[in-house]
Design a protein around this ligand. Structure first.
Ligand code: C2O
Length: 367
């Protein structure tokens, strides 16, 4: 059966984990509400294009910062506040919810949306509501959030607007050694090793080596290896072991190429290398506290859109009804608690947005 966490039964304490360190309890539950409405697709007048963060102009940055400032100024218990928005990630990722609502809930079956086929749709929904709240706060229904274009040479460093210490987009819990102009290593160190083994580079990666390594990695994760729904989206994850074979209900059954690869590498690159849990971006429970998280995930979301356009007969979304009917709850910009289903979030144009067209150099980077 589809995953369908429901707060009516309440939300439990979440657990932050990191390797074999003892888990830490964190409170990530949203303000409660008993009225749930079903999400309906918006009336789309025109498609709004999310811009690449390194290409926006000063007017855009001003507007975006204003919206973020307003979100951060909302009272902590307002479900639209930045604090609460950050907790959404923690609650869904760190086992605050059950996989299904009563009577099929099972205390042993807590929900974790990562490393499974829920990864892309869950984050798409999360960003969608986040963006609508920002737009509403500045009375701009056309507002779009930026994406961090880390798959392209000019976008491989943290976008400038996020690293200005007095900006609302700044977060002090980041790895200071990774400030621009340092480029992200999408292969999380492994790319360098490979190139070293092959004798292509010695010592530290030069800038051009790093770019080349990143582009080859993108090609591998998007084209060569991500050619089936499970290899790209991740493994199937259904609710309730009573209903399906065991390998389809284990938590975190396995992520797809991008989730496991570039996505995690960017989290680690940004998060502070420090005890206890690599906050903020280096741990799921705290990642949503860094404004850069949302730009990072906008690019992850963009990868899903690009993937759908690549050739290959198996390169299409699942048609499995348990996936299509998986649902999650979010507060919208009017503080309504809405239930959104995966099937409503497959086509971003139906949601009213797309991505700025930029070059995709990794398409030509067959290793
Ligand atoms: Cu839900 Cu990038 O993590």
């Amino acid at each position: 059966s589809p995953v369908a966490p429901d707060w009516l039964r309440g939300c439990t304490v979440a657990t932050a984990m990191d390797g074999d360190k003892p888990g830490k309890s964190v409170q990530c539950c949203p303000p409660s509400n008993t009225k749930i409405i079903d999400f309906e697709l918006p009336r789309v007048r025109k498609i709004r294009h999310r811009p690449a963060a390194h290409l926006v102009d000063c007017n855009y940055v001003y507007k975006f910062e204003l919206a973020m400032e307003k979100m951060k100024a909302l009272p902590d218990d307002d479900p639209r506040s930045f604090k609460q928005q950050a907790k959404i990630h923690c609650a869904y990722c760190n086992e605050a919810y059950f996989q299904t609502r009563p009577p099929h809930d099972d205390p042993n079956q807590k929900l974790k949306i990562h490393f499974s086929w829920l990864f892309f749709p869950f984050h798409r929904m999360y960003l969608y509501f986040f963006e609508r709240i920002l737009g509403d706060l500045i009375d701009d229904p056309d507002f779009v959030m930026p994406f961090w274009n880390w798959d392209s040479p000019c976008g491989m460093a943290m976008p400038e607007m996020y690293v200005e210490p007095c900006s609302v987009l700044y977060d002090k819990l980041r790895d200071i050694n990774h400030k621009p102009p340092n480029l992200v290593d999408l292969n999380d160190g492994l790319g360098a090793n490979e190139l070293k083994e092959q004798g292509i580079i010695f010592g530290n990666l030069s800038k051009t080596d790093q770019i080349r390594s990143n582009l080859c990695l993108m090609y591998r994760q998007m084209v060569s290896n991500g050619n089936k729904p499970t290899s790209f989206h991740g493994k199937k994850y259904r609710a309730g072991c009573r209903f399906v074979t065991d390998d389809e209900c284990i938590p975190e059954p396995g992520g797809g190429t991008i989730e496991n690869g570039a996505h995690i590498a960017v989290h680690k690159f940004v998060g502070a290398k420090r005890p206890p849990y690599n906050e903020d971006m280096g741990n799921f429970y705290s990642a949503g506290r860094d404004p850069l998280f949302y730009a990072h995930h906008a690019n992850v979301d963009r990868m899903w859109n690009i993937w759908r356009t690549l050739p290959g007969k198996d390169r299409r979304d699942f048609r499995d009804r348990d996936w299509l009917n998986s649902s999650f709850l979010f507060y919208d910009e009017k503080k309504n608690l809405v239930r959104a289903k995966v099937r409503q979030f497959l086509d971003t144009e139906k949601l009213g947005y797309g991505y700025q067209k930029v070059d995709i150099p990794w398409l030509e980077s067959k290793p």
